[in-house]
Design a protein around this ligand. Sequence first.
Ligand SMILES: Cc1cc2nc3c(=O)[nH]c(=O)nc-3n(C[C@H](O)[C@H](O)[C@H](O)COP(=O)(O)O)c2cc1C
Length: 529
Amino acid sequence: MNAARAILEYHERSKHHLRRYAPGPGYLDWANQPDPFRTYAGAPRVELELAADGLPSHYKDLRAGRWPVAAPLSLHSIAILFELSLAISAWKSYRGTSWALRCNPSSGNLHPTEGYLVASDLPGLEGGVYHYLSRDHILERRARWDAPAPVIAGGVLIGIASIYWREAWKYGMRAFRYCHHDCGHAIAAVSYAAASLGWQTRMVDAAADEDVAILLGLDRGADDRDVEREEPDCLLWVGPSEPPALDVLVTAARSASWSGEPNRLSAEHIQWPDIDRAHEATPKPRTLPASPAAPIATFDLSAPRLDLAAATIFRQRRSAVDFDGVTSIPADAFYTMLEPLLPRPGLPPWNAWPWTPRVHLALFVHRIEGLEPGLYAFLREAAALESLKRAMPRDWQWRKEGPARLPLYLLWPHDAREAAQLICCHQDIAADSCYALGMLASFEGVEESPWRYRRLYWECGMIGQTLYLEAEAAGIRATGIGCFFDDEMHRLLGLEGDEWQSLYHFTAGGAVEDQRLTTLPPYGPRAPR
Ligand SMILES: Cc1cc2nc3c(=O)[nH]c(=O)nc-3n(C[C@H](O)[C@H](O)[C@H](O)COP(=O)(O)O)c2cc1C
């Protein structure tokens, strides 16, 4: 079967239907619950400071491009970059069971995403390839450069990889999708954290999966010991200057001295051949680099209700498990939340995204003061308007709403709470919120370049991360929704054909806290230094 057919078939087979969920394990095999933390035994460990509390950046400034002067690259600033992107942000505990939450969210809190650092010598850190272990907020040195070391000047690379098994253990076939949503959340989390240090982030979009695997050491030795594989996702260049040439990095990684043995996450595994096939059908080859990164620019975005430190917002981000069904927000606050979804050159998180927007929103407005309840469309790129109009029924109104700068359209005034709840696998949060939404992705180009399928989920995850942070800044709370009935959403919108597919849902509202849970600090008694 050719790759394009394989991935489109995976997409169909991993859909949830009203009367039939996508194939999953059917039960939770607690004895084989994957370890949420990958470690590399024998790799030298480098402790990272907890230093983000001292960071002066305010969230409202970062999102508008008003960044601090770039922090010097050092172990100290790299520690902050990880503390505000992939680190643990709190522990929760209930009746003797504890679990960690992180700055980046994850479907089922299973966290398939692993983070890496690739750097030259920095003050306090010897150059090499490092795995980030969020449990301990440390770096594990996987590789040290052999002479001559590659010159990685004026920036560092952050590598991202996924362990599909972590999600497949609970979600079965659909897990491939969730891993890539999570990857998108992680990309955006890195971009925001970097901005708080005054650093630009951009995707090294030319890199092939093979380059990423070689550079992060993912191609080394996991197969023979039945250790769960980490699959390469992407490289992010964080810093003001240009990233070094890929060939230089790959050659250096090949000749570097590697150390560390990955731990095994579960004693036994269930195989999900559909996930292997989906992965094999979507390998990223080397491609020509997209246009050079845009310089930092400021934009006149309306400010969110709360003016909080960026570090506070990044670490207080949480998913609501329940909404009160009464909280509403003014229309202006809603528009303020939507605005950062429009990619503006140089602004986080879209500075990390070199491709044109492919994902747009179909919104269920429930409780927004000054906006009629109903179904709306928010287009992140003007060219989508005609294509979506063509794919949708003629009787949708397409009435322009809100400020001129926001491409927001009312399609159908209606109480859409029941529809939102039904589509989101009957989850109350989709109806009890201020708004819910589905992310409509254009599949154009996926057949020619199947690797774009994974990118569509990354784009969705980045939209999700932006909305999570915006919700915190607006004084409400959000939740990503991976469980939804795909074709019910398409039917509701009257979408014809397969070109537009809803890939991720989302909701935001007034959260009801679960008072039974105790919250503990992320790194226990270890005090900030
Ligand atoms: C891709 C993705 C899909 C998710 N799907 C759901 C969902 O369907 N229902 C739900 O209640 N929460 C969902 N969540 C929220 C996660 O359960 C939550 O992120 C996780 O438990 C960690 O908690 P935190 O976000 O508070 O850190 C999803 C999150 C992500 C990133």
